[in-house]
Design a protein around this ligand. Sequence first.
Ligand code: G3H
Length: 489
Amino acid sequence: EINQNTYLVGGELKKWTGETADIYSSVSSTPEYKPTRLGKIPQLGKEQALDALNAACKAYDKGQGEWPTMKVIDRIACMEKFVEQMKTKREDIVKLLMWEIGKSLPDSEKEFDRTVDYIYDTIEEYKQLDRDSAKFEKHDGVYAHIRRGSLGVVLCLGPYNYPLNETFALLIPAIIMGNTVIFKPAKHGVLLMTPLLEAFQNSFPKGVVNIIYGRGRVVATPIMETGKVDVLALIGNSTSANALQESHPRQNRLRLVLGLEAKNPAIVLPDADLDLTIDECIAGTLSFNGQRCTALKVLYVHENIVEEFNKRFAARVDALQFGNPWDQGAKLTPLPEPGKPAYIQGLIDDALEKGATILNEKGGKTTENYIFPAVLYPVSKDMRVFLEEQFGPVVPVLPFKDIQEPLHDMAESNYGQQVSVFGQNVKTLAPLVDTLVNLVCRVNLNSSCQRGPDVYPFTGRKDSAVGTLSVHDALRSFSIRTFVASKDN
Ligand code: G3H
């Protein structure tokens, strides 16, 4: 058990003796289901949250602090020190990923390794930015050296589905660009920061990284209400993002880096290679139980092939193995949110009432910590499973006759992150891509939607995102392009 009783503020691991929250895992350590107690974390109050804010403000010191003015080479040294220490915690963190969020062993290892790579790649990109600043532009007799300047104090909140990787996709670029940060981990995946607290403490100057725990409304809202936060960096849901943004007194001046909901569709054209399409749609809909913002959340299949697709897809879903995260071959694993099976059941019931059927035999079968993915067909546009971002194991399939039908839905949708298109005829695909690039930010040809490789821009249109993440773009999102102008170079 991890009984976390400290939090990081102003370079100090402060002891907490007040209220705590117990952390339970939906992964059962016994054959009969019983949630496993993993430990506890502090539930800080407003006072501690504001201490963290003040520490971040002091370290930033309106842009004149040690960190924002530090030489690039020294900031890199701090980041390298951090990542070297982080690497020694691989085993602990992988274990916590499995227990806290039910992520399979290979995916947990991948999340850790991807994060380490992300940090090293960010360092390289930062060096490149610095090299670029040594070059100059000359226009009308004025030389300009471009320098990326920091933005200020960042409040950072990460998601539970990638509590390490996506959180660090915000945190690492925010820090390295000279900003100071107050970071509140997600509810599930919170304990995995414990092995890293000391690494944060001894790698960066005091107050650069402050880590707090507690309920959003108790700790994050008061921080926003002071108006001292310059950047809200959040991956999660728009309800939280909107509430936090609105609690900032000068919200129009607040910079946002947000990764929010998505309802990425797959469009399966009549000439699609069905073997490949089904492989990709299985991975796209059900990797990590569909708990990915990039998951395929609705499948549009052309009416000429929908029967064949459904038969083969449903059989493949039923063949997926459910198990504990460390069980070899387990593709479906316990859901970390206790209310998720009931929520998914609600979506299924609604679809059945409105005329859909479950295509796979095991679909909708529940246990205390899981609901087996149901493939629902035919899904109509009044069904909740079509309208809501399910973020879990249920797959809606819609037949279409004319490509204008999915395009119309995408244009009407509040979201616009990615799309997958399956088909082989270049003459059909090329004009389709010309339209799709105006509806989403990434078009995946004959492959499922995903964020990586992390060098590519990760963003979305409409309510799906604000700002862009990636090794390349995040450094720009967390900084401002400034320049030094002179008459001589
Ligand atoms: O939850 C959204 C994540 O950004 C998905 O990332 O495509 O690498 O699984 P991924």
